[in-house]
Design a protein around this ligand. Structure first.
Ligand code: ADP
Ligand code: G3P
Length: 494
């Protein structure tokens, strides 16, 4: 029987997920890998770790089905993370600079001061923030001796993680990316779908380093490393893959994924909506040469705040312990935790903000801190939803009223999902399949292989696990949210 293999290369681990052609999960292999923090605010991955953990996970799945058992591969990945390698040897010149890395904050500030933000926003849909690949790539070209000259001579290749994996899987035969990953580099004009020569020139990035941009469902070459010859037929950044995995194909449909960070995307159809509220405009997907756009709110810390309770504070041993703690917390205590560990993303975009806890009293204990950590995820989502509603309303799109579809590891927490519905004053739908990121990638590859239906047929297979309905009184919701806004105001750096 034929299977589809989805590769989900994430920030903390690499996974290979085997699907049958009806898109049921058959088996999964996963490996974590080390994070490197060479300086404050810097985050790096060893490219060998990215590749080795991916290949081992894929091989574990390939062994299960034997030669000929995999019909197609779909790749989805942590976005923005930047790699530069030698075209002749395939050897990276440096560790990967991870999306969370803030080392180029000064470069971004300089570009902003020089008046370049408008062109960046108009063409790439992004803001001038170190989050995106462009300034990370410029940093590599500036700081590795001889790199710029070698890049100009055509000897080097740049890629986000998808491109790097495609290059490795095809043993250097294919240097390509997809429209969603390209959209996150800050080098792509998402109104045309091509690399932007003016922005490249601004950062002195030779265009010869850039990969070719293809549709999300397309031919990305074949690999012979997993037994037989297997085509790579689907590629999308992880948040866009989750948008497809959640079947958000209609304008106005919105999903929010709770993993390490939280990323909410609302489909804006074939029109790029410019945010007035500091959200990002991005590509949701490109199929058959047709681009569908999205507005995105990116929060850097969601589930990671629970990891911090576990690894940083030692308050819990497992993430699931936060739920009984939150239930036991004193409802009278207004404790707020603003998890600005790596600055704040949307809608604040303050790379220099750092985390804070407010409202501590002698009576505050681990339960109240745990509850505040879970609540911070709800509050941050409300910040995003308010920004989205304002943007969508302004453009006359009905989208802001849609039910929020959620996924990702943290949605296992019923308490957090109920608080989310309460603080939003809106319904929250958790689907049966929480592996929506991998599902999106598998669907792309399966559709391209002719094994899976198109968007409409696929959307019919989306199934609800639980709908969380708001139960909190409006007055309490408003008081709590006002307290959060005040806590954020006191956390901002400027
Ligand atoms: N029951 C739970 N309650 C609260 N948080 C949880 C729970 N289970 C998992 N998490 C959080 O979810 C995150 C893992 O989600 P996942 O989607 O695997 O993340 P990623 O793909 O970013 O690595 C972790 O940060 C973890 O702390
Ligand atoms: O690896 P994740 O799931 O934390 O996702 C990272 C995002 O793609 C960063 O933009």
């Amino acid at each position: 029987m034929s299977h589809i293999l989805a590769i989900d290369q994430g920030t903390t681990s690499s996974r290979a997920i085997l699907f049958d052609t009806a898109l049921n999960v058959i088996d999964t292999a996963q490996e974590e890998f080390p994070q490197h923090f060479p300086h404050s605010g810097w985050v790096e991955h060893d490219p060998a770790d990215i590749w080795d953990t991916t290949l081992r996970s894929c091989r574990a799945m390939a062994r299960k089905v034997g030669d000929g058992g995999i019909a197609a591969i779909g790749i989805t990945n942590q976005r923005e993370t930047t790699l530069l390698w030698d075209r002749a040897t395939g050897k990276p010149l440096h560790r990967a600079i991870v999306w969370q890395d803030r080392r180029t904050a000064d470069t971004c500030a300089r570009l902003r001061d020089a008046g370049h933000e408008d062109i960046v926003r108009a063409r790439t849909g992004l803001l001038l923030d170190p989050y995106f690949s462009a300034t990370k790539l410029a940093w590599l070209l500036d700081n590795i001796e001889g790199a710029r000259a070698r890049a100009e001579a055509g000897e080097l290749a740049f890629g986000t993680v998808d491109s790097y994996l495609i290059w490795q899987l095809t043993e250097g035969r294919v240097h390509a990316t997809d429209a969603t990953n390209a959209a996150r580099t800050m080098l792509c004009d998402i109104t045309t779908g091509d690399w932007d020569s003016e922005i490249c020139a601004l950062l002195e990035i030779p265009m010869s380093v850039l990969p070719e941009i293809r549709d999300c469902a397309a031919d990305f070459g074949t690999t012979t490393l997993l037994g037989g010859k297997i085509p790579i037929l689907g590629v999308a950044g992880d948040q866009q893959a989750a948008t497809m995995g959640q079947a958000c194909f209609r304008p106005g449909m919105v999903k929010s994924t709770y993993g390490t960070g939280c990323f909410a995307l609302v489909n804006t159809g074939d029109r790029m909506v410019h945010s007035e509220n500091r959200l990002l405009s991005t590509v949701a997907y490109r199929l058959n040469g047709r681009t569908t756009y999205a507005l995105e709110g990116s929060i850097f810390i969601a589930g990671a705040v629970v990891q911090w309770l576990r690894d940083g504070l030692g308050l819990i041993e497992t993430a699931a312990q936060t739920q009984p703690m939150a239930e036991k917390a004193d409802p009278e205590q207004a404790v707020y935790l603003v998890p600005a560990f790596t600055g704040l993303g949307a809608p604040y975009w303050d790379p220099d903000a750092r985390g804070a806890i407010f409202g501590l009293t002698r009576g505050t204990g681990p339960n109240e801190v745990a509850r505040a950590a879970l609540e911070s995820v709800g509050y941050q989502t409300r910040d995003l939803m308010e920004a989205m509603a304002a943007d969508m309303g302004r453009d006359g799109n009905s989208g802001s009223g849609e039910v929020l579809r959620v996924d990702g590891g943290m949605t296992a927490s019923d308490w957090t999902m109920q608080f989310l519905a309460d603080i939003l004053g809106a319904e929250v739908d958790r689907p049966r399949v929480l592996e929506t990121t991998a599902l999106g990638a598998a669907w792309l590859a399966g559709m391209q292989a002719g094994l899976c239906p198109g968007p409409d047929g696929f959307a019919e297979t989306w199934a609800l696990d639980q709908r969380f309905k708001p139960q909190m009184a409006e007055e309490r919701r408003d008081v709590l949210y006002a307290g959060w806004k005040d806590a954020v105001r006191r956390t901002l750096s400027g």
